[in-house]
Design a protein around this ligand. Sequence first.
Ligand SMILES: [Zn+2]
Length: 144
Amino acid sequence: MLHYNWRGKMIAYDLICSNGHLFECWFKDSASFEEQQSAGIINCPVCDDTRVVKTFSPFMIKKNDGERKKGEGVALQALQLIHEYVDKHFEDVGAKFADEAIRIHNGEAERRNIRGTATTEEEVILKEEGVQFLKVPIVKRLLN
Ligand SMILES: [Zn+2]
């Protein structure tokens, strides 16, 4: 979320570090955020990571076109961080995702974080079984 404090003209950004921690930070303006970000002096309060980006803000897409493009870039960047996090911490089980998720859910397989793909039919089965999962849109690595 993007908040404005009109008296002090401070802007708060929700930020996300490359380890996936969300936190809020206040800045004088967006330029001073970018300055501090490129200088690498914004630290994640959880893990001290300085690879920090703004998270997707619903406010930003409601503005004019230029602002909207900026918002989309930020959304992509945040998504990319999520993908990097999942890459690092989740075991890739590919197309066997639904089978494996149900096995873990039933205690037939070791409890761990997995990632993979599922068909629409499989998603329905997972929901019926009460298996919790999160769908993340796949983004092309446009950044960096
Ligand atoms: Zn962190």
